[in-house]
Ligand binder design. Structure first.
Ligand code: ADP
Length: 398
């Protein structure tokens, strides 16, 4: 049995064909620069399978055109999708609003509802909808499943999900904290329970998903009780290009004094802030090169990042009362030992330690980085949102 997982972004589509049981990936690839006029001969679609890479280098007009090229590349590789034994196509959908809080079989009504939620996620949901529409056209006989980034946080306690603004205005406009990266937080916290050989129901966990986007969550007995992202994926931790938490007063101040309109402010906070806004680069490898060369702005960006991260860890320690496991995941969390060490430095009185040898081991698998016998397990667990989406999709159609 196989599931095709599709993650459509505003100008890209990432996909994987995988076995939801074993997790083995039969093929994967990426469509990039959708909608751009591409004339430099660089690949706009890369398809990997059987140890080979196939490329397409023409411009890709839209998501439908991109998926058509992907389907052609499956044919050209000798493994047409029609013969792949597809049980389902699983789509990552960013915002489920109040409407969707579990994996959902896609129907016309579901597509319309996801589209209506675009007001809450203008950068993401429209792209997700185009991806779903195209896949339904190209594979009309295969069930399509939508898996929502917000779903895991649907049950956040009222105190954690409510913004202290005029309740009538909030209710009218769907303004509450939804949380994102839920598929990753759920998958990773499940892996932690397995790794510890414990029933998830008895575990209190903090999960730190640190990629380009970054979020933290506090999980009690398998249920999220708090998370750092809010109405949108802009709130919370400092990210590659996003500010995370700021004083909301900065927004009217900028509108009045910097002559920025609301789209300009949105762009500033989402694309030109965070690590990039402070240092000029958004990739952590580039940031560390700058720090090593003595760049003071890069150093400050890192210090602000770690400061914010520790603030959330502290809040979640208090929120949970007792913590059994703290887990790092995603690009930075899985690969950057310095961030892990700095995030948890000086917390041994709380039973939290990072063993320097374990922390710097060049290991790609889920593992402990706390000292043996430490009361709080500190772990690195690679996230795998594609596998989680494939499993959720396969379960739903079974
Ligand atoms: P997203 O999926 O949100 O785009 P990722 O989870 O891929 O992001 O994380 C991207 C970040 O992870 C980048 O800042 C990158 O520098 C960092 N990263 C990825 N691989 C490594 C690595 N091998 N060493 C250090 N940092 C890495």
């Amino acid at each position: 049995m196989r599931v095709l997982v599709i993650n459509s972004g505003s100008s890209s589509i990432k996909y994987q064909l995988l076995d939801p049981v074993s997790g083995s990936v039969a093929a994967s690839g990426q469509v990039s620069r959708i909608g751009e006029s591409v004339s430099d001969g660089t690949a706009t679609v890369e398809h990997h399978g059987d140890g080979h890479t196939l490329e397409h280098d023409g411009p890709i007009a839209d998501h439908a055109a991109g998926l058509r090229v992907v389907f052609d590349l499956f044919e050209r590789s000798g493994h047409p999708l029609a013969e792949a034994g597809l049980a389902a196509v699983g789509h990552r959908v960013v915002h489920g609003g109040e409407v969707f809080y579990r994996p959902t079989l896609v129907t016309d009504d579901v597509v319309r509802s996801i589209e209506e939620l675009s007001a809450l996620a203008p950068l993401h949901n429209p792209a997700n909808v185009t991806g779903i529409r195209s896949a339904r056209e190209l594979l009309p006989d295969v069930p399509q499943v939508a898996v929502f980034d917000t779903a895991f946080f649907h049950g956040l306690p009222d105190a954690a999900k409510t913004y202290a603004i005029d309740a009538k205005v909030a209710a009218e406009h769907g303004i509450r904290r939804y949380g994102f990266h839920g598929t990753s937080h759920e998958y990773v916290s499940g892996q932690v329970a397995e790794l510890l050989g414990r029933d998830p129901a008895g575990l209190n966990q903090i999960v730190l998903h640190l990629g380009n986007g970054a979020s933290a969550s506090a999980i009690r007995g398998g249920q999220a009780i708090d998370t750092s992202m809010g109405l949108t994926p802009l709130e919370g931790l400092v990210m590659g290009t996003r500010s995370g938490d700021i004083d909301p007063g900065i927004i009217p101040h900028l509108a009045r004094t910097a002559g920025l309109d609301i789209d300009g402010i949105d762009e500033l906070l989402n694309r030109n802030s965070g690590i990039k806004g402070l240092s000029g680069v958004n990739d952590f490898r580039a940031l560390f090169e700058l720090i090593e060369s003595g760049d003071a702005a890069a150093r400050l960006a890192y210090d602000v990042y770690v400061h914010r991260l520790r603030r959330y860890i502290g809040a979640y320690l208090v929120g949970l009362g007792r913590v059994d496991a703290i887990t790092f995941t995603a690009g930075v969390g899985e690969n950057n030992a310095q961030v892990r060490a700095d995030a948890l430095a000086g917390l041994s009185r709380f039973g939290i330690t990072v063993d320097p040898v374990r922390n710097t081991a060049e290991d790609r698998v889920a593992r402990h980085i706390s000292a043996p016998e430490a009361p709080v397990a500190v772990l690195v667990v690679p996230t795998n949102e594609e596998l989680a989406i494939a499993r959720a999709s396969a379960r739903l159609v079974a």
